[in-house]
Design a protein around this ligand. Structure first.
Ligand SMILES: [Cu+2]
Length: 363
């Protein structure tokens, strides 16, 4: 029989995990580059993990400290890592994120999600202490506070690796699937109406928060598809399998087969609209075509967010909106009452207007 589930993220749960590691000398799968000794060390260095100032206030809480540490144990559960559980005696890894209402809003649950093992291509791919680089900041508190979302073409290979690593880790923790499932619920009215932009703005913030709990240096990159006219090549080989409510889904694409990718002129035309009510459908149309251009998982509303390019594409849409907001001050979505609440999260429309108040900016 399996281990009885323990309250996720609790001190006793962590202590028990750590004790198990010590007692059993748990070792990583062969492909892991880190030695057991250096992972024991990780416990120590996570204690004084050099959180950037902009995140320390928000994330340097007891709970998140535990979370940062717990990745070492979650990822070194050998059976889980290899995706080959024994027929019995296997229980899912602790999942400290799923019950968190800050991420899943009304979907937060006390129950861990069903354990469905699947292969983790990059399960052992994680930043090492010696690779840690504090993000460059202006030294000014105001800018330091903000997560800077960058054009993916300007990322260093280390920044790309960190993004993919964090994405892989939240997936392996079964924290990504439930977030994707929220996008499947049309009750949230997030497409084809004025909620489209503010709702996805909050959705992206939730993913970014999740990624930062694994690696606080990660900010969502954006994919400026209209200018680039190509798929980000470094994502081509990255096709994770995500456990969704309807079962595991493996990211697939059918690039360029079904549509043209909107070009810079199409974006400029959308930008030319002077009211939110004309701008939003124009930009949403540009957005739709890029989904279809990528094809495969990106074609379906229930599967699109399993592809990291979904988030990078929406970051670009969000960036265009932010740029339009600056050019068209006071033009906001006309939403009242319940329609103004970005359910399942508590933020209202007004709270979505200022991206710096949401903790990020675009470079
Ligand atoms: Cu969407």
């Amino acid at each position: 029989m399996g281990r009885r589930p323990v309250p996720a993220g609790s001190v006793s749960a962590r202590k028990r995990r750590m004790a198990r590691m010590k007692l059993n000398g748990v070792s990583c799968a062969d492909e892991c580059s880190e030695s057991v000794e250096s992972r024991g060390d990780a416990e120590a260095w996570a204690e004084d993990f050099p959180f950037p100032a902009r995140l320390r206030r928000r994330y340097h809480t007891k709970e998140v400290s535990l979370m940062v540490k717990s990745k070492y144990t979650v990822y070194c559960e050998p059976d889980y890592q290899r995706g080959k559980p024994k027929p019995s005696g296997q229980s899912p890894p602790d999942n400290p994120r799923y019950p968190d209402p800050r991420i899943y809003g009304a979907y937060a649950s006390k129950k861990p999600p069903t354990y469905v093992p699947h292969p983790y291509e990059h399960a052992c791919f994680k930043p090492r202490k010696e690779d840690y680089k504090a993000p460059t900041t202006s030294g000014e508190e105001e800018n330091d506070r903000l997560c800077v979302r960058r054009d993916h073409r300007t990322l260093t290979s280390d920044q790309r690796d960190r993004f993919l690593n964090a994405f892989t880790q939240i997936n392996a923790m079964n924290a990504l699937g439930p977030l994707v499932d929220i996008h499947s619920n049309a009750a949230h009215q997030m497409h084809g109406n004025p909620r489209f932009l503010p709702w996805h703005r909050i959705y992206l913030v939730r993913l970014q928060e999740l990624l930062q709990m694994v690696d606080p240096t990660v900010c969502l990159p954006y994919w400026k598809s209209s200018e680039e006219q190509a798929f980000p090549s470094w994502l081509l080989g990255f096709t994770p399998t995500v456990n969704l409510a309807g079962g595991p889904h493996t990211v697939n694409r059918n690039i360029g087969a079904l549509a043209f990718l909107p070009d810079a002129a199409a974006v400029a035309t959308a930008m030319g609209n002077g009211t939110f009510d004309t701008f939003r459908p124009a930009l949403e149309g540009v957005h739709d075509s890029a989904h279809v251009w990528v094809g495969g998982s990106m074609l379906g509303i229930t599967t699109a967010p399993t592809d990291p390019v979904f988030w990078m594409h929406h970051a670009e849409i969000d960036r265009i909106w932010a740029e339009w907001q600056v050019a068209n001050p006071g033009q906001n979505p006309n939403l009242l009452g319940a329609a103004a609440i970005m359910d399942p999260w508590p933020e209202n429309e007004e709270a979505t207007r200022d991206i710096s108040a949401l903790g990020y900016t675009y470079a």
